[in-house]
Design a protein around this ligand. Structure first.
Ligand code: AMP
Ligand code: ZN
Length: 109
């Protein structure tokens, strides 16, 4: 499996992991564009939202709820933050494994 995020899930390459449960793992983006920049990903390899199906509805909800918890733990909830999912090449997606960007810690993210 050449997917870099799957390698992070399997701990084959290092990452600064901030959250993990049975279905989801989250780690700091290696090139942050905000004071808080965390990537929240499903442990299941799904290339993009285009490839998600009805079986993934609960998992997609878990991604958002994990992001909510991480934002609370990092104390950025009261100020607000942004959740971003890029979809496909036209959406600027560079890594072909669904990931939700949690961006916060500043007023302009
Ligand atoms: P996207 O453009 O939405 O596909 O975002 C991919 C993100 O993954 C970028 O913000 C990269 O900085 C980040 N990224 C790529 N490789 C790694 C890695 N090994 N560890 C942490 N973040 C990464
Ligand atoms: Zn993957």
């Amino acid at each position: 499996m050449a997917c870099i995020f799957c390698k992070i899930i399997k701990k084959e390459i290092p990452a600064d992991i901030v959250f993990e449960n049975e279905d989801v793992i989250a780690f700091k983006d290696v090139k942050p564009i905000a004071p808080v920049h965390v990537l929240v990903i499903p442990k299941k390899h799904i290339i993009s939202i285009v490839d998600a199906n009805d079986n993934d509805v609960l998992l997609m909800g878990k991604l958002i709820m994990a992001a909510k918890k991480i934002a609370e733990d990092l104390e950025i909830s009261n100020k607000g933050y942004r959740l971003l999912i890029r979809v496909g090449k036209g959406g600027g997606q560079e890594v072909d494994h669904i990931h939700l960007h949690l961006l916060g810690g500043a007023y302009n993210v």
